[in-house]
Design a protein around this ligand. Structure first.
Ligand SMILES: NC(=O)c1ccc[n+]([C@@H]2O[C@H](COP(=O)([O-])OP(=O)(O)OC[C@H]3O[C@@H](n4cnc5c(N)ncnc54)[C@H](OP(=O)(O)O)[C@@H]3O)[C@@H](O)[C@H]2O)c1
Length: 419
C-alpha cells in the first residue's frame, strides 16, 4: 500500500495497513498496472516532504517497455515528480509513456507547468490515475496534453491513488485540513485512570506507530486541557523505521493549541519554538498578557471565532486556517476528550485512528469522547471500519464516518464514490 508508514504487523482480515492508507478503495477506476504501481510507491516516499503540494510519483516507460526515468515530488519549490522523471529520461522520453499518480499541473507556481514539460520532452502518452481537484489544475493539465496531441488515459490506479492522497484531495476540495483524530484507550474506551494518569496506556509498538502518524501530518493539535495536564512536546521522536518508512518529515509539524481563553501558560516544551513551531489559536476573549508571552516565546497566535455554543474555538475555522495560512494538508488531533468530542459532533473528523490497549480502566476512568452520546442505538452514527492492525500487545483501528444512518440500514455510496 503506497501511503503506508510504520510497522504494519500482522494484517487483519478487514484491512491492510497503518499509516493513513485505507483498506479497500472507495474510488472506482481501473486497477494499477505495474508502472503505475511503481509510480504510487514513489509517490509514497514524498509524503513527508511535499506538503502543501501533493505527494506524486511519475514513471516513464520507453516504447520498448523499459523504465527510462522516475521521480517523486520534492520539497515545496523543488521539482515535481514529472520533472525529476523527465530529467532522468533525457532524450529517451521522446515517444515514451509517462505514468503519473495525479494529473500534471497546468499552472506556473514556483516551478513551471508539468503538462508543458511533458509535451516539450516529446512524451507520446500519459497514463494518469486521478484528476487534480486543485482549482488551478482541475482538468486543465489533461486538457493541455490532449490539445498538444498527447494520448491521455485517466483512471488507472485511481482507487489506490485516491487512498494515498486522501488528505490532499480532501484539503483541496473543502479548503480544510484533513482531520485525523488519534485516541489511545483501554478496552473499555478510557484514556486515563481514575487519578488522571494516562502514560503509557499503549505499548512501544503503538507509540512508535503514533509517531509515524505525526510524521505524516503537518500539524498536531491539542485542546487546552491536554496542554495544561500533560505539557506535551508533540514532536516526532521514535519512528518505527524499517524499509517502508520514509523517515522523518522534511519540516517538523506545527504544534497547535486550541486555547479560547488563553489559559495555557507559555511554559514547557510547547514554548520551545526552537524544536518545532507552535501556534496558539484563541478567541477575542483570550488573556492578552498570556498570549503576549506566547508571542515572546516565538509562537504564532491566531484569533478565531468561538465554537458552537460558545465552547472553545470554532473547529471548522481552525481546520480552514491551518489549510489556508499554514499549508497544512493533514492535521493530527491528539485530544483530549472534549476536543475529540466537539470535532466528532461537528462532523469534522475525517479519519479516526484508535489504539486499543488490553486494559480495563473501569468506570472511574475518563472516556475517549467528551460527548453526551445518543439516546438509543438507532440514533447512533456508525463509523466505517477501514483496517485492523495488531501492534505488539495493542491493536490499531482505522475508521471513518459512515454515510449510512445505521449499521443495519441500507448502504449508501462512500464519500469518494458520491463525490
Ligand atoms: N490517552 C490519550 O490518548 C489522551 C490524549 C489526550 C489527552 N488525554 C488526557 O485528557 C485530559 C484532558 O482532556 P480534556 O477533555 O479536558 O482536554 P482537551 O480536549 O484537550 O481540552 C479541552 C479544552 O480545550 C479548549 N478548546 C478549544 N477549542 C475547543 C473545541 N473546539 N472543542 C473542545 N474544546 C476546545 C476548551 O477550553 P477553553 O474554552 O478554555 O479553550 C476545552 O475545555 C488530560 O488528563 C490528558 O492527560 C489523554
Amino acid at each position: 500500500m503506497p501511503g503506508d508508514t510504520g510497522d504494519p504487523g500482522e494484517v487483519g482480515e478487514v484491512g491492510e495497513t497503518p499509516g493513513g492508507g485505507a483498506a479497500a478503495s472507495r474510488v472506482a477506476g481501473d486497477p494499477p498496472t505495474d508502472p503505475m504501481r511503481r509510480a504510487l510507491a514513489r509517490a509514497a516516499t514524498a509524503r513527508r516532504r511535499s506538503a502543501p503540494n501533493p505527494w506524486v510519483g511519475c514513471v516513464i516507460v520507453g516504447p520498448d517497455g523499459v523504465v527510462v526515468g522516475e521521480g517523486a515530488t520534492a520539497v515545496p519549490g523543488g521539482p515535481h515528480a514529472e520533472i525529476e522523471a523527465l530529467r532522468e529520461a533525457g532524450e529517451r522520453a521522446r515517444g515514451a509513456t509517462a505514468y503519473v499518480t495525479l494529473e500534471p499541473c497546468a499552472h506556473r507556481g514556483r516551478t513551471g507547468p508539468c503538462a508543458g514539460a511533458l509535451v516539450d520532452a516529446g512524451i507520446a502518452r500519459v497514463v494518469s490515475a486521478l484528476e487534480d481537484p486543485d482549482p488551478r489544475v482541475a482538468g486543465r493539465g489533461h486538457g493541455w496534453l490532449r490539445a498538444e496531441g498527447v494520448e491521455v488515459d485517466v483512471g488507472v490506479g485511481a482507487g489506490e491513488a485516491a487512498d494515498l492522497l486522501a488528505p490532499y484531495l480532501h484539503q483541496r476540495r473543502t479548503g480544510r485540513a484533513f482531520a485525523v483524530l488519534k485516541t489511545a484507550a483501554s478496552l473499555d474506551g478510557r484514556t486515563a485512570a481514575a487519578d488522571g494518569s494516562s502514560r503509557w496506556i499503549t505499548g512501544p509498538d503503538a507509540r512508535a506507530d503514533a509517531h509515524a502518524l505525526r510524521a505524516d501530518s503537518q500539524a498536531v493539535v491539542v485542546g487546552s486541557g491536554t496542554a495544561l495536564a500533560d505539557r506535551p512536546s508533540l514532536t516526532v521522536r521514535d519512528l518505527p523505521g524499517g524499509a517502508d518508512d520514509p523517515g522523518p518529515p522534511a519540516r517538523p509539524a506545527l504544534r497547535v493549541v486550541l486555547d479560547a481563553r488563553g489559559r495555557v501558560p507559555a511554559e514547557g516544551p510547547l514554548s520551545d519554538t526552537g524544536i518545532a513551531p507552535t501556534l496558539v489559536v484563541t478567541t477575542e476573549a483570550g488573556d492578552a498578557r498570556r498570549l503576549d508571552e506566547w508571542r515572546a516565546a516565538g509562537a504564532t497566535v491566531e484569533v478565531a471565532p468561538p465554537g458552537p455554543g460558545g465552547v472553545g474555538v470554532d473547529p471548522a475555522e481552525v481546520l480552514a486556517l491551518l489549510a489556508r495560512d499554514h499549508g497544512v494538508v493533514q492535521a493530527l488531533v491528539e485530544g483530549g476528550a472534549r476536543l475529540h468530542g466537539s470535532l466528532l459532533t461537528a462532523g469534522l473528523a475525517d479519519r479516526l485512528v484508535a489504539y486499543v490497549a488490553p486494559l480495563v480502566l473501569g468506570e472511574r476512568g475518563r472516556a475517549v469522547f467528551g460527548v453526551p452520546g445518543p439516546d438509543s442505538i438507532e440514533a447512533a452514527r456508525p463509523l466505517r471500519l477501514l483496517s485492523v492492525v495488531p501492534l505488539g500487545r495493542d491493536v490499531r483501528l482505522d475508521l471513518e464516518p459512515d454515510s449510512r444512518e445505521h449499521p443495519d440500514g441500507p448502504p449508501r455510496p462512500g464519500r469518494e464514490e458520491a463525490a
